[in-house]
Ligand binder design. Structure first.
Ligand SMILES: NC(=O)c1ccc[n+]([C@@H]2O[C@H](COP(=O)([O-])OP(=O)(O)OC[C@H]3O[C@@H](n4cnc5c(N)ncnc54)[C@H](OP(=O)(O)O)[C@@H]3O)[C@@H](O)[C@H]2O)c1
Length: 347
């Protein structure tokens, strides 16, 4: 291994890490200063993190909605500098500025397989590069691949929460792909929602004391059918889940596709496939890992996203940066539905 010197007599520890020893609410997270620096395996590098991304999935891992073996270090994306290079690695060097998707990013050091790593070009700010990892690449596969070609240029695409992280990216990218976009967001995020270029933006009230949209506050399906002249949307990009799934089905065009990619409001309940027969509709429930599974696919998506950023076609927004020691505050912030862009932890 090249890089980080190790003294085999001493434990080399991360100065900071956020560990989950039991699943539950934000109190299940422990801020630790004694976690060992991970061992760097074959075809891996060790990244000294400057930032870790906060994603909704982190809350699912913490709460136990998505099962993990305990204990574990939280986090799914981050970035910084390569501190050490494992055996079998070529083309990556100590000191390279990188971003990645890998478990365990809420820590000073993370071991990352090179297949999950990208170089951050000089002209791209590291914070923006990390935003472009889970949220940016997710938006990219949603508008590019997950719809299986069932939407064409000039057809309607509905995207919820366009004032938030993934939704903002998806709306801008859907416009770059030539779709007509209906976006929704809570009225509290109006300013942000207006910047992403939707053809139609629908603002929704929030439930009492909450910051996210109340999908029961208006007949959203009727509004969308009116906008689309009763044709409906060829593609619905839905990361909200429990509060929106019935609306998503109602507003699909004939042979349209509902991409159910998240559970911000809770999990979609079981339902009969006969509900799809009404429109001969398609349903997919994708995840990012399956759309960046090969080096070529990751590089292809990354280079297009970087090109859009550097040519000014894609606007970035970093919402909040919390110190890692305030991981619980970050989780409360994202779960309260307040996020208006990427939220990061600084190390
Ligand atoms: N499958 C994948 O590959 C993949 C990858 C990344 C993310 N995701 C999913 O995408 C979704 C969004 O993630 P993100 O990182 O973009 O999060 P984010 O930036 O925090 O945005 C989440 C937005 O969802 C809305 N929301 C939050 N809580 C809600 C609730 N209880 N009821 C209704 N709406 C609520 C809010 O928007 P409004 O104010 O507009 O309501 C909030 O700003 C999550 O479900 C996440 O799991 C999936």
């Amino acid at each position: 291994m090249q890089g980080l010197a190790r003294d085999s007599r001493k434990c080399v520890c991360c100065e900071q890490a956020v560990v989950v020893n039991r699943v539950g609410d934000t109190s299940a997270m422990t801020y630790a200063e004694d976690q060992p620096v991970p061992l760097v395996g074959v075809h891996q590098v060790l990244v000294k993190n400057q930032f870790a991304g906060l994603n909704f999935i982190d809350t699912y891992h913490r709460s136990g909605l998505y099962k993990r073996d305990l204990p574990f270090i939280l986090g799914g994306d981050g970035g910084g500098e390569i501190a050490a290079v494992g055996s079998g690695v070529t083309g990556w060097n100590v000191g390279d500025k990188v971003a990645y998707m890998a478990d365990g990013s809420y820590a000073e050091y993370t071991a990352v397989s090179v297949g999950k790593l990208v170089k951050v070009p000089e002209q791209v700010d590291l914070k923006n590069a990390i935003a472009a990892m889970v949220q940016g690449l997710t938006a990219h596969y949603l508008v590019t691949s997950a719809h299986c070609g069932l939407i064409q240029e000039g057809e309607w695409c509905l995207i919820y929460s366009v004032g938030s992280g993934t939704g903002q990216w998806a709306a801008q990218m859907a416009k770059l792909r030539g779709y007509k976009v209906i976006g929704t967001c809570s009225a509290a995020k109006e300013e942000m929602g207006k910047t992403v270029g939707c053809d139609e933006l629908i603002l929704l009230d929030s439930p009492e004391g909450k910051s996210y949209a109340d999908y029961a506050s208006t007949d959203l399906a009727a509004k969308i059918m009116e906008i689309t002249n009763n044709v409906g949307c060829k593609c619905v990009i839905d990361g909200i889940g429990k509060s929106t799934w019935e609306i998503s089905l109602k507003v699909l065009a004939r042979r349209g596709i509902w991409i159910s990619f998240g559970n911000a409001s809770g999990v979609v309940p079981d339902f009969s496939p006969l509900k799809l027969a009404v429109k001969s509709a398609f349903l997919t429930r994708p995840k990012l890992g399956d759309y960046v599974a090969s080096r070529e696919e990751l590089d292809g998506r990354w280079s297009e996203v970087v090109d859009w950023i550097t040519t000014g076609k894609l606007a970035m927004s970093i919402d909040r940066v919390f110190p890692l020691a305030e991981a619980a505050e970050g989780h409360k912030y994202i779960e309260s539905g307040q996020t208006k862009g990427k939220t990061l932890f600084q190390l």
